[in-house]
Design a binder for this molecule. Structure first.
Ligand SMILES: Cc1cc2nc3c(=O)[nH]c(=O)nc-3n(C[C@H](O)[C@H](O)[C@H](O)COP(=O)(O)OP(=O)(O)OC[C@H]3O[C@@H](n4cnc5c(N)ncnc54)[C@H](O)[C@@H]3O)c2cc1C
Length: 424
């Protein structure tokens, strides 16, 4: 008689979108799953983000010219990018790795890798919306990259050409065509590139839906439980000790702790270069008679605008590399708000009160690629982190890959560039 092998129990640290989607696919295969979360799970980076699903973002952040641009931006208090100067070795080392990664050869390598995980994730979102009811406003209306200057429009048109070569449809739109696409709020720009394959959703609803679904399926959530350290034996993590002294037994462990991942990795002697990139968002009601219909990115200002469920509209932006803190810098918020009427003159918005501003920490790897895979140091440890500005977009893809790695299945895509110990 054939004996059925028992599937290993899986512990996931972190209940952000990456932890939740990992749990979803593991649970589908029949694993017992426990999620440990340091907070009450009611907020975090996976809630207030811009909700964009972006196969269009196949170019990593570390590209030639980015450092020079970043240095110029650092002297403007309302700019979209800022590195807080600190004498901190992790930051310096991350910056050097970013600089090294920003070369044409590495970008060439990264592009198909990002495309593949993006397309995998997008397909899984389509399936998820069909199979689990689309009550999180998943919509496939594409994304517009709006360019204020001719120079940037020309550059984006070149990116569009590369996108088409990579199999990601991109259409270069002149202003007249653009006004037909967004008739109520005519953008005042040089032109736009439209990516019809992008999508968007309401992240707050998605995270809540996933939690409810997983709870119903028997996933155990240990909220307000922070991991303190690990018990290791023969290159295996045997158990986790929580801050309150409880022990949680481990058969397979997934670290999906976003911007906090290097802290846990360090405890396990793994070098996981990662910096938190703080961003802000403001969510408002759409204006009567002036509705924005298609998500857009205001290229020069790096502001993302997403129409969301219940007649809402979300404005998101800035990337502040300034350590782990949720402080709100109203100058940068003003930078986001000021950019909107520059692109949409008929859509002025007011600077909100500070309490109305949401902030989140994007987990940024230096080369712009996530960390996904089993570690060499520990036989039962998988890291799923470093998704930077694309965590929501890539989450189902990463979750599926995590399940395939746990189950020793052939992965849906090549994950060799995502090795978590690539800097070790
Ligand atoms: C303004 C803004 C706009 C964005 N827009 C988009 C977008 O349009 N599309 C997109 O794809 N992405 C977007 N992002 C990025 C996206 O939000 C992130 O990449 C994603 O949320 C990261 O998910 P995560 O699960 O890795 O991390 P998180 O959501 O941060 O989750 C990690 C969890 O781990 C927990 N944790 C940490 N340490 C411990 C510990 N020791 N013990 C227990 N628990 C622990 C934390 O409390 C946290 O809940 C945006 C981000 C920002 C800030």
């Amino acid at each position: 008689m054939a004996t059925k092998t028992r599937l290993p129990n899986v512990v996931i640290i972190g209940s952000g979108i990456i932890g939740l989607y990992s749990a979803y696919y593991l649970k589908q295969k029949g694993h017992k799953v426990t999620i440990i979360e340091r907070t009450d799970g009611a907020d975090g980076c996976s809630y207030g983000n811009a909700g964009m699903i972006v196969p269009s973002h196949f170019i990593p952040l570390a590209v030639p010219g980015m450092i020079e641009k970043g240095i110029r931006w650092m002297f403007n208090s309302e700019s979209p990018f800022y590195v807080k100067p600190r004498l901190n070795w992790d930051l310096i080392s991350w910056g050097l790795k970013f600089y090294k990664a920003a070369n044409p050869k590495q970008v060439e390598q990264a592009m198909p890798a990002l495309r593949d995980i993006s397309l995998l994730a997008k397909k899984l979102y389509q399936d998820f919306a069909k199979e689990e009811t689309n009550d999180f406003s998943f919509e496939e209306r594409g994304l517009m990259m709006l360019c204020k200057t001719e120079h940037n429009f020309d550059e984006e048109a070149e990116v569009a050409e590369t996108a088409n070569k990579l199999g990601i449809e991109a259409r270069v739109l002149d202003v007249a065509t653009l006004h037909q696409v967004e008739p109520e709020v005519k953008p005042d720009v040089a032109g736009a590139v439209y990516y019809p394959g992008d999508a968007h959703l309401y992240p707050n609803a998605l995270v809540k839906k996933l939690k409810d679904l997983l709870l119903k399926q028997g996933v155990e959530f240990l909220y307000n439980t922070e991991v303190a350290d690990f018990e290791v034996e023969n290159s295996r993590i045997k158990s986790i000790r929580t801050q309150s002294g409880e022990r949680v037994a481990v058969e397979e462990l997934i670290i999906a702790t976003g911007s906090w991942s290097p802290i846990l990795a360090k405890q396990l002697n793994i070098n996981l270069p990662l910096q938190a990139g703080k961003g802000y968002s403001i969510t408002l009601e759409q204006r009567d008679g002036k509705k924005l219909n298609i998500p857009s990115i205001l290229l020069e200002a790096r502001v993302a605008i997403t129409p969301m469920a219940d007649n809402l509209i979300r404005f998101g932006g800035t990337m502040e590399i300034g350590g782990i803190n949720q402080d709100i810098n109203m100058n940068r918020v003003r930078g986001i708000i000021k950019a909107v009427p520059e692109f949409f003159p008929d859509y002025p918005i007011e600077v909100p009160r500070q309490e109305k501003v949401w902030s989140g920490l994007r987990p940024c790897s230096p080369d712009g690629l996530p960390y996904i895979g089993r570690t060499r140091k520990y036989k039962n440890l998988i890291i799923a982190s470093g998704h930077a500005m694309m965590g929501l977009s890539l989450a189902p893809g990463t979750g599926k890959l995590v399940q395939e790695i746990v189950d020793d299945e052939k992965t849906s895509i090549d994950i060799s560039l995502y090795k978590p110990e690539r800097y070790d």
